[in-house]
Design a protein. Structure first.
Length: 261
């Protein structure tokens, strides 16, 4: 494969990854297997995917401004929680054997897919709670469990980028049922952008970065990140849940098959 063809292919992969990342949290459905197929090791495919998806993160947050406008308090409280988790997770990536996350990832992604596909009935909440909530849910126990869940997903995101977005989206779909899929997806985009940025900084210090892969993917991810929230805005939330859940299951099965072979 010539260098020019490789660059064009990586840009296309980046666009598709950016769309799936911004619309569903499933960039890894595209970028991670593609990088593995190009010969990168699981750890380096993870690091490269993380770097490239930072671009789609910021462009998707800008494109999600409409959904985030009335949910700034939730957004601002989420950021330090997931950032703390991502720092711990990124450090664990270089301290633990890579085989651990190769076995763990398909299980976590598959579980997230099943939860998303299962029917969720939206709960009616007080309008002010929906518009400008500082926490997820009314009871202290519910809020505590929600923040613990967000922290754990933050750790996972820093530890292994693949599938983290769909896990965060699944968690928000369950604990933030009074909001639409588009709003929860926008909050997911903010959380994943924060964790990916922090993880990328740590990876830059701890690992060798394959810039010949990162830069074309980065360009494609910017374009895809702009398109993703627009797609979500115009599709029914339940349909998006089913599509994302099915995509997560496909990714989980493909990773299991790869681990076995």
């Amino acid at each position: 494969m010539s260098e020019l063809v490789s660059i064009i292919l990586l840009i296309i992969i980046g666009i598709l990854a950016g769309i799936t990342s911004a619309a569903a949290g499933l960039a890894s459905l595209v970028s991670y297997p593609s990088l593995l197929a190009m010969g990168l090791s699981p750890v380096m495919a993870n690091v490269t995917s993380c770097f490239s998806t930072v671009a789609s993160g910021y462009s998707s947050v800008v494109a999600s401004a409409k959904e985030l406008r009335n949910n700034r308090k939730q957004m601002l409280i989420m950021i330090p929680v997931v950032l703390t988790g991502s720092i711990i997770g990124a450090l664990l990536l270089f301290a633990l054997p890579s085989k651990w996350f190769q076995d763990l990832v398909p299980i976590c992604i598959g579980a997230a897919g099943v939860i998303l596909i299962m029917p969720h009935k939206p709960r009616q909440a007080h309008p002010e709670l929906v518009k400008n909530s500082q926490a997820f849910g009314r009871s202290r126990l519910h809020r505590f469990l929600a923040w613990v869940g967000i922290f754990i997903v933050g750790i996972y995101s820093g530890y292994f980028n693949a599938g983290a977005g769909v896990m965060m989206l699944t968690l928000l779909t369950v604990v933030n049922r009074s909001q639409t899929f588009a709003v929860n997806n926008a909050l997911k985009n903010v959380a994943m952008t924060a964790t990916n940025t922090m993880a990328a900084i740590i990876f830059a210090i701890e690992a060798v970065i394959y810039w010949q892969y990162v830069l074309p993917l980065f360009v494609g991810n910017i374009l895809g990140g702009i398109l993703g929230p627009i797609i979500v805005r115009h599709l029914p939330g339940r349909l998006m849940q089913i599509i994302v859940g099915a995509g997560a299951l496909i990714l989980a099965v493909s990773l299991i098959i790869r681990n076995v072979m």
